[in-house]
Design a protein around this ligand. Structure first.
Ligand code: DGL
Length: 260
């Protein structure tokens, strides 16, 4: 029988974005097995209600636990974290780790400068994010930029297309050459990092929460003595609720690893 320690780690997102977090997890925990579940059939989450996102997230969590016997779950989605993490943690015993926009380091490391936070409309209006701002954004440096269409373009596999550039110009031009930092507060957005910097200017510092979240997964498993002791490379299973989209997951994952 498979040892508990050798069970996979479940990673999920509303779609392909969570692959950017998966990549960090694989760097940090190369011997672990992972199941990546993209809910592209129900994406985007960021324009839904909090209750809908909770229900969708719960369905994925049940699937990862019942069909894959995962030992921990990374909610690789800022939107699902803010809408559902607290409730899910109360309902399940296994470690459930979330991700939030890295606004704290961005504000603290860029005093008196403009900080652009790009995220989904739901993340930006939820109390989790606004409590964070209240605590750290004392000087009101943060500008919130909801960018729901960027999620849709990346779901189609677009990371550098003319349509993507044109949308980025539409939402980011007012901050071009001025923003000191940009927070990628949606896990889809690191796929478009180069394009975002092309529009904002390459002097802009980029913050994303994936490394912190990956460290937290390792910490939670180490604390419970549940890290695998295997020494061979782990494997990844890609699953998706939209027909054909798991092949795009594999492609985007390889693309992201080759560029980062
Ligand atoms: N990738 C997700 C996030 O980090 C959300 C994208 C969506 O709107 O579905 O917020």
């Amino acid at each position: 029988m498979e040892k508990y320690k050798d069970r996979p780690i479940g990673v999920f997102d509303s779609g392909q974005g969570g692959l950017t977090v998966l990549s960090r997890l694989v760097d940090l925990l190369p011997h672990e097995n992972f199941v990546f579940y993209g809910d592209s059939g129900n994406a985007p989450y960021g324009v839904r209600t909090k209750e809908e996102v909770y229900q969708l997230s719960k369905r994925v969590v049940e699937h990862l636990i019942n069909d894959h016997q995962v030992k921990a779950i990374m909610i690789a989605c800022n939107t699902a974290t803010s809408a559902a993490a607290v409730r899910l943690r109360a309902e399940y015993e296994l470690p459930i780790i979330g991700i939030e926009p890295a606004a704290k380091p961005a504000v603290l490391e860029n005093p008196d400068q403009e900080v652009v936070v790009m995220a989904t409309p739901l993340t930006l209006r939820e109390s989790k994010f606004n409590n964070l701002l209240q605590k750290y954004d004392k000087d009101h440096q943060v500008v919130k930029v909801p960018a729901p269409k960027l999620v849709e373009l990346i779901e189609q596999g677009q990371t550098k297309s003319p349509e993507l550039y044109s949308y980025l110009h539409q939402v980011l031009d007012p901050y071009a050459g001025k923003a000191s930092a940009v927070v990628l507060g949606c896990t889809h957005f690191p796929f478009a990092k180069q394009a975002i910097l092309d529009v904002l200017g390459h002097q802009t510092r980029v913050y994303d929460g994936a490394i912190g979240a990956a460290n937290e997964v390792k910490h939670q498993l180490a604390k419970r003595d549940q890290l695998t002791e295997r020494t061979e490379a782990g494997r990844i299973i890609f699953e998706n609720s939209a027909p054909g989209a798991s092949a795009l997951s594999e492609e985007l994952y390889q693309l992201f690893r080759s560029e980062n």
